[in-house]
Design a protein around this ligand. Sequence first.
Ligand SMILES: Nc1nc2c(ncn2[C@@H]2O[C@H](COP(=O)(O)OP(=O)(O)OP(=O)(O)O)[C@@H](O)[C@H]2O)c(=O)[nH]1
Ligand SMILES: [Mg+2]
Length: 304
Amino acid sequence: MLNSKEKDKNIFRSGIVAIIGKPNAGKSTFVNFASGTKVAITSPKPQTTRHKIMGVRTDENTQIIFVDTPGVVKIENELDSFMEKIYKEEIIDADLVLFMTDSSVDVSKDDLKAISLLKKAFSSNIPVFLILNKCDKNVSDKYFESYKSLGKFAGVYEISASKGTGIDKLINDISMLLPEGPMYFPADTHTDQSPLLFAAEAVRESILKLTADEIPHGVFVHTEEMRDGKSEGTIYFQINIYVERASHKGILIGKDGKMLKKIGSMARKEISSVLNKNIYLDLWVKVKEKWKNRRDLLRSWGYE
Ligand SMILES: Nc1nc2c(ncn2[C@@H]2O[C@H](COP(=O)(O)OP(=O)(O)OP(=O)(O)O)[C@@H](O)[C@H]2O)c(=O)[nH]1
Ligand SMILES: [Mg+2]
């Protein structure tokens, strides 16, 4: 555990904290809670996050830049390898890494893969905290011990990201470990995410909520255009939903377009409440077979 050294009140500390872990561990839920606003979509379905998303938290003497990353999985396609690049890069660039686990279940192969990626952090002396998340559920000491045995952690924290339990202490300890540094973002900034990306993510979150397992995993959502709408104070978004199969297109549109309307209405409310504007959404569903394996398409959608 950390030494409880007194924080020097005259020093401003800042830095990057990368959150790494298997899908569904609660990484995005934590980043939203810690940055005080919704920056990343969440869902009970694994592999929700597909981009690197920053959540910024500014306190009196500290600015923490949390980097949410996609869940660590076995690589099965080009999309997975783009995502693996994201978390590998973030581990190296971080001042501190949070290894996030779902402590209501035992260590899984995805946890083991995540911890193997952290070897670089351990060997280059980047501190790694073990975060035992979901402590509001039935948890077992046996699981805690299995997680603790996975590495040499600079701190171990039992939290509930959804209930907010244990987070103050964690934030305090993170702050003490960060180096002296500047305020990278204005104090009222909570994310670096563009409205274009957020709008697309809100549409994907609605699809995750409203459709069965297979559909959301095969969907890519991309904002094609964002501009002022016809009526004052309105923002117009044209957003494409790409699917792998024609049958999925039918499901997403639904009978008489009802499903697409539901998706649009749910996403519009979310975007409107976060951007604090009236939103007009123009949604189109298009088939792009095997998009997960097409580097050209993935690049044009923002994966570098
Ligand atoms: N009971 C409980 N559920 C939680 C907690 N934290 C997150 N969850 C739930 O776990 C599910 C997954 O949460 P996410 O934040 O999307 O998980 P993630 O690690 O970002 O997942 P990926 O983006 O797929 O890697 C959601 O249904 C959350 O509501 C927690 O502390 N307790
Ligand atoms: Mg996530």
